[in-house]
Design a protein around this ligand. Structure first.
Ligand SMILES: Nc1ncnc2c1ncn2[C@@H]1O[C@H](COP(=O)(O)OP(=O)(O)OP(=O)(O)O)[C@@H](O)[C@H]1O
Length: 295
């Protein structure tokens, strides 16, 4: 029987996880030889996933949000061990892109019949991301969100609304594919997957298997346009907005005026003024439904 390492981040999301080990073992008893591992600290999921891959474990199930998925996948890039996801975060962007069920039991049950596919991964200054990374307003929010005592969607929405009014766009110089673009941007997103999470599609045309990232530059917009921009993201047509420009590229160098926050899969990280974005095409195996029709 193939082996499945389950890596649980006990602090991710807002839902109770105490029943998960029993539920996974019981549901998958006929299909997977299950071991349960709990993270003890930030970055631990990468160590646990890397060790599991070295032991030849067939798949690792990340239980948590996009941060846990990022850390787990970082340990699996370039190995034969596949990433599976039990989404327990507030956004679950990569899981949604990969059409993994959001309901707990359904996400576990689908591992009975899941198929292995291979997706791209990306890096910013050598640190891996799999869904989206970026700078500007969303990175600023990710930084502030990490300082909050409460998590979940309502905290995220409250933080976003509070900050919108005072945020000042920065000037960025982007070098890619023999061109240079200079923009005053509200945010810049580098999208491997098509969404931030919560079905907010920042890059509706992103293809996670094409060896390219979508470079999405959103300019500052007046307040009365905010609802329209939000609706466009949920309607998958933000790329047609006058406030958005999108390119596809295999690698970008960004120069910005100030060092500070960026985000990698929603996790805030502090970086310098120069940011190098690169791709590792077809570098991560994932377990998804055989019927999944993501691109
Ligand atoms: N045992 C632990 N104690 C404290 N922090 C941990 C532990 N294990 C992992 N972490 C950290 O928890 C952070 C949050 O994880 P994750 O992103 O999965 O959950 P979330 O923030 O609730 O979900 P979302 O990203 O969807 O909002 C990650 O940065 C990870 O490094």
């Amino acid at each position: 029987m193939p082996k499945l390492s389950v890596i649980i981040n006990p602090i991710a999301g807002t839902k109770d996880k105490s029943q998960i080990p029993d539920l996974v073992r019981k549901t998958l008893a006929q299909h997977w030889d299950v071991e349960i591992l709990n993270t003890q600290h930030r970055g631990h999921a990468t160590e646990l996933a890397r060790e599991a891959a070295q032991r030849g474990v067939e798949a690792v199930l990340a239980v948590g949000g996009d941060g846990t998925v990022n850390e787990t996948a970082t340990g699996l890039v370039g190995t034969d061990t596949a990433l599976a996801i039990l989404p327990m975060g507030s956004g679950n962007g990569l899981a949604r892109h990969l059409q993994i069920p959001m309901a707990q039991l359904a996400a576990i049950e689908h591992l009975k019949t899941a198929a292995v596919r291979t997706i791209d991964s990306c890096q910013m200054n050598g640190q891996a991301f799999f869904c989206t990374a970026g700078m500007g307003f969303d990175a600023h929010i990710a930084y502030l969100f990490a300082q909050q005592h409460t998590r979940g969607l309502s905290t995220y929405v409250r933080t976003t609304l509070n900050e919108f009014f005072s945020y000042k766009p920065q000037r960025y110089t982007l070098h890619f594919d023999n061109q240079t673009q200079v923009r005053e941007a509200f945010l810049i997103t580098f999208a491997n997957a098509n969404q931030f999470g919560n079905n907010a599609f920042i890059a509706p045309l992103a293809d996670i298997q094409d060896g390219k990232m979508d470079v999405c530059v959103m300019s500052q917009f007046p307040l009365y346009q905010a609802a329209g921009i939000g609706l466009r993201m949920f309607a998958k047509n933000i790329h047609r907005s006058n406030f958005m420009e999108t390119w596809k590229s295999g690698g970008v160098v960004v120069e910005r005026e100030q060092e500070g926050s960026v985000h990698l899969d929603g996790e805030p990280v502090q970086m310098g003024k120069t940011l190098e974005l690169s791709m590792k095409p077809q570098s991560l195996k994932v377990l998804v439904s055989p019927k999944a029709d993501f691109v």
